[in-house]
Design a protein around this ligand. Structure first.
Ligand SMILES: NC(=O)c1ccc[n+]([C@@H]2O[C@H](COP(=O)([O-])OP(=O)(O)OC[C@H]3O[C@@H](n4cnc5c(N)ncnc54)[C@H](O)[C@@H]3O)[C@@H](O)[C@H]2O)c1
Length: 276
């Protein structure tokens, strides 16, 4: 018997990374999963969709840009039409946004980061909540980040969007607790490939040489070495091993389950010992 038997989960940005890991884990635990991504739906079907179906779970694949109101509204409606309910909503989508000082950042870059990382969370909740309230049951899981809780230089738009997700999560948790709906945030961090990408961007922006091999050695080893990667990466290394989507999926599975009914308004780090 699975921990999510009989439940329906809608998961955004499930084409790869954290969204994919959660979709697979939730399906394995018995949930019917509706997944979406901005990539072509045929690609999503042939990759994550096929793999979930091959394991015997029910899956629906959609193409949706979840920063767009009409696309989110349709996504939610089509999921309810096909699966009859939405019990679990995972707002996973997130883009890195620019690595620049504020004075070099365009309004368009700022707005795009907030639209994808924050508007999507608002829209997902706005359109799913009437169904959850009708059913008097719901589990909402939003994706924030360690970034913002701890400043990450030159990354104001991303940090702002992710701290706003925490404020939104706490407020919504207070608003919907009476309907037996929980709202929590997961804050990933310490992912080697994502950190590498960001560190490269930062080095390019500040005009420093970037040594990928040294970064990897530093990232995996001591905090002293990891200074190469920037202090923010070093500080994520407490367990001395990179954290990733499976760590977040483990937390998400608990938050999505029946037994997590008394956990709400929390922001939980999945980054290998991040403590802020
Ligand atoms: N990976 C990390 O180390 C890390 C760290 C902190 C926080 N996070 C957060 O965790 C979440 C997942 O991150 P990830 O690294 O697994 O992501 P990822 O970059 O691996 O995957 C993101 C997916 O989102 C899709 N996407 C992008 N824009 C979209 C849109 N407008 N609508 C629908 N889909 C869209 C992409 O096609 C892609 O499949 C994000 O919110 C991210 O900010 C990740």
């Amino acid at each position: 018997m699975g921990r999510l038997d009989g439940r329906v989960a809608l998961i955004t940005a499930a084409g790869r990374g954290h969204g994919e890991a959660m979709a697979r884990r939730f399906a394995k635990e018995g949930a019917a999963v509706a997944i979406c991504d901005i990539i072509p739906v045929a690609v999503l079907e042939e990759t994550v969709g096929e793999q979930i179906r091959a394991e015997g779970a029910q899956v629906l694949c959609f193409r949706a840009d979840v920063s767009k109101e009409d696309e989110v509204e349709q996504l939610v409606q089509q999921t309810i039409d096909r699966f009859g309910a939405i019990d679990i909503l995972a707002n996973v989508v997130g883009i890195a946004g620019p690595t620049k000082d504020v004075w070099d950042t365009s309004l368009a870059e700022w707005q795009e980061t907030l639209a994808v990382n924050l508007d999507s969370v608002f829209l997902g909740c706005k359109y799913v909540l009437p169904e959850m309230i009708r059913k008097q049951y719901g589990r909402i899981i939003n994706f924030s980040s360690g970034t913002g809780k701890q400043p990450l230089s030159h990354r104001a738009p991303y940090a702002t969007s992710k701290m706003a997700v925490i404020g939104f999560t706490r407020t919504l948790a207070a608003d919907v607790g009476r309907y037996n709906i929980t709202v929590n945030a997961i804050c990933p961090g310490g992912h080697e490939e994502r950190s590498l990408e960001l560190a490269k961007g930062r080095a390019e922006y500040v005009g420093e040489e970037f040594d990928e091999e040294a970064f990897r050695v530093g990232f995996r080893a001591t905090r002293e070495n990891a200074v190469i990667a920037g202090r923010w990466c070093a500080d994520e290394g407490y367990t001395q091993k990179g954290a990733g989507p499976d760590d977040a999926a483990t937390i998400a599975l608990f938050l999505a389950s029946e037994e997590a009914g008394n956990f709400t308004g929390q922001d939980i780090n999945s980054g290998g010992g991040v403590m802020w």
